[in-house]
Design a protein around this ligand. Structure first.
Ligand SMILES: NC(=O)c1ccc[n+]([C@@H]2O[C@H](COP(=O)([O-])OP(=O)(O)OC[C@H]3O[C@@H](n4cnc5c(N)ncnc54)[C@H](O)[C@@H]3O)[C@@H](O)[C@H]2O)c1
Ligand SMILES: [Zn+2]
Length: 353
């Protein structure tokens, strides 16, 4: 049973050994391809192989990491599809995190004007966020996701047991998107999450569906990010600024770790500008620090963070566009604020300990 039936495809949350066989039976396809990186080949492919039973397939392996999410790697993928005589009826299974899903979907969406593909996300971030919403793409000239397209998969198969081999730091990073989804749309899940202190005790089978539903509901209402979909950027305006700048530091932050800091700062802005209650601001800050700890931000870097925020694609002209919260569960899009206030929000984060 799908947990969500969308106009053109279903999202299933169950062991892939249960969800893949009936899907393959239903789809008509020619050659079958599986895209992996070295980690998902080792940790996830054995289970997929079990699900595929005696179905023949060709594995395409690429190197893991955001630095390989580029046109060079796409060429390797297209080459293999070509050499293996993939026709328009070939089917590609993308087995991996957001890098594999975004790039595999992009390669499928463009090869011979588009072949069908299935997303099988194996990181928490890709299960609750990247695999839902139809955005596919790669990085180009240092600009993230600047080449790509919108295209739906045949299905999204989420198997929470893949998370068992994911490094704990990656789990914690993906968890920032779970926190974000609860804050923008699910006050009840936010209340529940705060009971959860140890991520390795998390009941992903019950947490993931609620989180996926938030993303899916928002995307269904606004597929091309004209309005409400921007709510998903809560924490991301300041978070991206910090993530980009800290990339060059000795200890770069993972995406979700930077977004966690961004959510604290943007909750403070929400309190200043939109009357998000003080008690909510305190709860958000306390919970995020309890999960992510505290990483002081050097005030001499504030200018560089702001410079990166000015490049954010949501902006119009010179003003920095924020997605904030009126209250937990009530997002507010297209909010603008002064640079002085943004710096004060960074100060607010810094003085927490
Ligand atoms: N399309 C969208 O809407 C959307 C949304 C959010 C993020 N993204 C994209 O997602 C990407 C980030 O995705 P990510 O955080 O999943 O990173 P990732 O794909 O780089 O995966 C993180 C690491 O975990 C490894 N890995 C994956 N699954 C594993 C498993 N089960 N066991 C052990 N190791 C495993 C990978 O090999 C990699 O080293 C970014 O490129 C971002 O732009 C896209
Ligand atoms: Zn994010």
């Amino acid at each position: 049973m799908p947990i969500l039936s969308l106009d053109t495809y279903d999202i299933h949350i169950a062991p892939v050994t249960e969800t893949l066989p009936p899907l393959l039976e239903r789809l008509e396809f020619g050659r079958l391809f599986v895209l992996v990186d070295e980690n998902t080949r080792e940790h996830c492919l054995p289970k997929l192989r079990e699900a595929l039973q005696d179905q023949a397939f060709h594995t395409i392996q690429i190197q893991s990491g955001e630095q390989h999410k580029d046109i060079g790697t796409c060429q390797l993928i297209w080459q293999q599809l070509m050499q293996q005589q993939a026709g328009r009826d070939a089917l590609l299974l993308n087995l991996g995190g957001g890098v594999i899903g975004d790039m595999g979907g992009f390669c499928a969406g463009t090869f011979k004007r588009g072949i069908p593909f299935v997303q099988i996300p194996t990181t928490l971030l890709s299960q609750v966020d990247a695999s839902v919403g139809g955005k596919l793409g790669i990085d180009f000239m240092q600009v993230k996701n600047s080449i790509g397209l919108f295209r739906d998969p045949q299905a999204v198969l989420i198997d929470p047991t893949f998370l068992l081999t994911l490094p704990p730091r990656e789990v914690r990073s993906g968890f920032a998107e779970v926190i974000k989804h609860s804050l923008i749309q699910e006050p009840q899940q936010w209340a529940q999450l705060q009971q959860l202190q140890e991520l390795n005790a998390a009941d992903w089978i019950s947490l993931i569906p609620d989180s996926v539903r938030v993303k899916e509901r928002i995307v269904a209402e606004d597929p091309y990010e004209k309005g409400l979909r921007k709510a998903l950027n809560f924490g991301h305006t300041i978070g991206h600024g910090i993530e980009g700048e800290e990339l060059h530091s000795a200890d770069p932050l993972l995406h979700g770790e930077a977004i966690a800091i961004g959510m604290v700062c943007e909750a403070w802005l929400s309190h200043q500008l939109l009357a998000l209650p003080e008690q909510d601001l305190e709860q958000i800050s306390r919970y995020i620090l309890s999960i992510y700890g505290h990483r002081p931000l050097a005030p001499e870097r504030y200018r560089d963070y702001l410079q990166l925020m000015r490049n954010d694609k949501k902006n119009e002209g010179q003003s920095i566009n924020f997605s904030l919260l009126h209250a937990v569960g009530q997002p507010a899009i297209n909010q603008y604020c002064s640079e002085r206030l943004i710096k004060e929000s960074l100060d607010f984060y810094n003085q927490l300990q």
